[in-house]
Design a protein around this ligand. Sequence first.
Ligand SMILES: [Zn+2]
Length: 47
Amino acid sequence: MAKCPKCGTNVENPVKTWVLAPKGRRAVTIGLFKCPVCGAYFRAGIK
Ligand SMILES: [Zn+2]
């Protein structure tokens, strides 16, 4: 779940997820979310 940076709506499920694994750092799962209220796309880390 992530919060829309434009309107503050909590979006439950990401449209897409992928793993970002920089060298020498812990891998982080990133999700692409679409806000159902304002239609904005935004990325957020998923724990
Ligand atoms: Zn929004």
